[in-house]
Ligand binder design. Sequence first.
Ligand code: ADP
Ligand code: MG
Ligand code: ZN
Length: 608
Amino acid sequence: RDYVRKYVEVNYIEGSDDEKWSKKDFPWTKKLEVNNKKVFGNHSFRPNQREIINATMSRNDVFVLMPTGGGKSLTYQLPALISPGVTIVISPLISLIQDQIMHLLQANISAAYLSANMEWTQQQEILRELCSGRCSYKLLYVTPEKVAKSDALLRQLENLYARELLDRIVIDEAHCVSQWGHDFRPDYQSLGILKQKFPKIPVLALTATATASVKEDVVQALGLVDCVIFRQSFNRPNLRYSVMPKTKKCMEDIDKFIKDNHFDECGIIYCLSRKDCERVAETLQESGHKAAFYHANMDPDKRVTVQKMWSKDETNIICATVAFGMGINKPDVRFVIHHSLPKSIEGYHQECGRAGRDGHRASCVLYYSYSDYIRIKHMLLHDMEQNSNANSGRVLETNTENLLRMVSYCENDVDCRRFLQLIHFGEKFDPVKCKKTCDNCFKDQNLIDKDVTEIAKHLVELVKSVKQRFSASHILEVYRGSLSQIVKKYGHNTLSLHGAGNSVAKGEASRVLHHLVVEEILIEDVKRNEYYGSVSSILKVNEKKAFNLLAGRHTIILRFPCSTKASNSSRNDTSTPAKGMLSFSKESPPRVDTPAQTQPELDTKLYA
Ligand code: ADP
Ligand code: MG
Ligand code: ZN
């Protein structure tokens, strides 16, 4: 990890930035300012834009972390325009590329792109233009698989390089390099070849999402040298965050939320499956909203139509899978609702980031149910079986880890949401600055640290004593002393720990149990039951990790709201499984549902 130490950290947030990049006496300063106004129509630069441009124009390798909508494109398009040769831009999606090229051509900047699914003759033409004496392109966009697989392209780049016409290599959406990111693309990993072949050409890597590990991966995979980092606070002060329990009434809750706070305004509802998208859109239509759905399984024409209608405000609400959004640049999105658990904190942050680009207030509401964790984990397993390769074990592990962090985020009803999100980007956010714009800060509750080690031990022991063959909700039932038919049927009412937790609030016990899953002391073993066609999950013990806990060498402390009735409050229980979301298989009895819990009036107050 030596390369980490080589960083020249230019940290915007902590004010430790190097003033030299903000100077206005570089040889290109005048040109920059003129072209920014004339060609791009901007009155000024946004934070960090001038600094990034100066650093890359000074031929440094530069790594840029800037929130979505911050204006990353300008930081390479403007240098490309005022440099003599060609800038190569690697970008993951054709739709993103086409959108960019359209804007460039509108501004009279010559640009082209190469992708694998283009006609070969068309590709030839572009390559020929590249090696012609007076290549007119200022920017050439390529997809990563082109770099990985096309020798013809590499030869043309070598040719440009030899003629000193290769100005700069730009890696847009650079987090795609890393398996730790939410959007891993294997072809990005082969981009390291560019730095090997063209060591003197400055590389500019740009992303809106990078945790410390993603950043390390990117720097290493691309082979960046003495890289200058520009990092901007990822906090979005105009967004309000909250997590709500997802119950059977979820659709009613969403309908009410929109009507009370954002009626007839523009929003996105992220759903897990295509079916969910359609169902959610339909239900909203029935309740009088202008809603449409959008997912990868649709006819491409239909997709374009839906997106256009949304851009023109002919529909207000798009119910979409995460396929919707990359490159979407609608400024007045007033709410982003997650109908189910996002797959990672970075993904969540990015999806929320599509709200409130215009700087006005917008809401981000996540409907959380622990059972969605099991659903998604099952989908991940399924994906792995479908595209199994040498890497899939590691990918699954990473995905599960990212997912568990999201569970932990949702289960946390204490810490500032901004703090919890930003810590993943290596940014330490002071919760005072939240000013009660997230649900947890809004609650303004007294908190108390509780030692829950005993509860944790009991739960682990219970999982063992039911032979690791039952679900989380069954374990909780037994722990709390339920005498339901199923508990009796398996004789679990005779276990010594049956009812051991009868004085512990349900919310408290389930939070401890979910904490054990997040800490990987307990493991959800998700299976599909071919016979019932259903998904089930049983809890197992991770012996290695459980050992210290059971041996009394591991203490678990969780923070709880401290009310007078702390230990039978239901406030913590944001995790009641929604009925009908999980059915049972032979090995595991049905989850026993408890009545839907509703959150205190927090919601309306927060948005009033
Ligand atoms: P990112 O890639 O960081 O998500 P973009 O480069 O797509 O962001 O820019 C987002 C929007 O901001 C675009 O509409 C762009 O025209 C606009 N923009 C960028 N820089 C400036 C600026 N200096 N002044 C005004 N608008 C800008
Ligand atoms: Mg961009
Ligand atoms: Zn907060």
